[in-house]
Write a protein that binds this ligand. Structure first.
Ligand code: ADP
Ligand code: 5GP
Length: 200
């Protein structure tokens, strides 16, 4: 009996490298389905609607909340971010693994609704390295940088509520750790009860 797909949730302080590691993971393992989030944040240089995010106005985002179209949503650094529900459900039902790259508030909301999800917390090798990475990305103002660094320390505490913690030393090592987790989770006994029953 085919298992349903895994809902894999990756969080970590802004600038840790979630996007970079997840992009490589999806490139190496194209069967992983990525959930494109909705946001009211303005697109960064090179970001495309429907690829990186679905870009919305606050009004249209609030309509999606009211219509129950989001699995979770949160206000992060002054903008709304949320996970469209319908596509995820279809993919999981079809046995595909779905990756969500979302903030800790959103992840904990998903955990309460989907406890069988796989929750991975990605951390930088150090806070000094985190600052270097955000500065190196060159996308934040000093104010936004300070806000993200200020939030990072408090966020680390929430990492204790995840199932796994991965250190993003090199992108390749972190990506391999993600894939090892995915493979192990597929073998978890509680996900294979039907298989065992079918062999009795
Ligand atoms: P996040 O999605 O967590 O906000 P990004 O993926 O945008 O983080 O990464 C932030 C910056 O750090 C980017 O400039 C990226 O190239 C760099 N980066 C990511 N992972 C590593 C790593 N393992 N070593 C060095 N730099 C990294
Ligand atoms: P960024 O603006 O750097 O793309 O993302 C800022 C934060 O929003 C990151 O921590 C990112 O993981 C989070 N985020 C992105 N999409 C979603 C989403 O759909 N829901 C929630 N709750 N957070 C999200």
């Amino acid at each position: 009996m085919a298992n349903k797909g895994l809902l894999i949730v990756v969080s970590g302080p802004s600038g840790t490298g979630k996007g970079t590691v997840c992009d490589l993971w999806r490139k190496e393992y194209p069967d992983i389905q990525y959930s494109v989030s909705a946001t009211t944040r303005k697109p960064r240089e090179g970001e495309q609607d429907g690829i990186n995010y679905y870009f919305h106005t606050r009004e249209s985002f609030e309509k999606m909340i009211e219509a129950g179209e989001l699995l979770e949503w949160a206000e992060v650094y002054g903008n709304y971010y949320g996970t469209p529900l319908k596509k995820i459900q279809e993919k999981l039902e079809a046995g595909q693994d779905v990756l969500l790259e979302i903030d800790t508030q959103g992840a904990m909301n998903v955990k309460s609704k989907v406890p069988e999800g796989v929750f991975i917390y990605l951390v930088p090798p150090s806070m000094a390295e985190l600052e270097r990475r955000i500065r190196g990305r060159g996308t934040e103002t000093e104010e936004s940088l300070a806000r993200r660094l200020g939030a990072a320390a408090a966020e680390i505490e929430i990492g204790k509520r995840y199932d796994y913690v991965v250190v993003n030393d090199t992108v390749e090592q972190a990506m391999e750790a993600f894939e090892v987790i995915r493979k192990a989770e597929r073998c978890a006994v509680n996900r294979n009860m039907e298989l065992l029953d079918s062999m009795k």
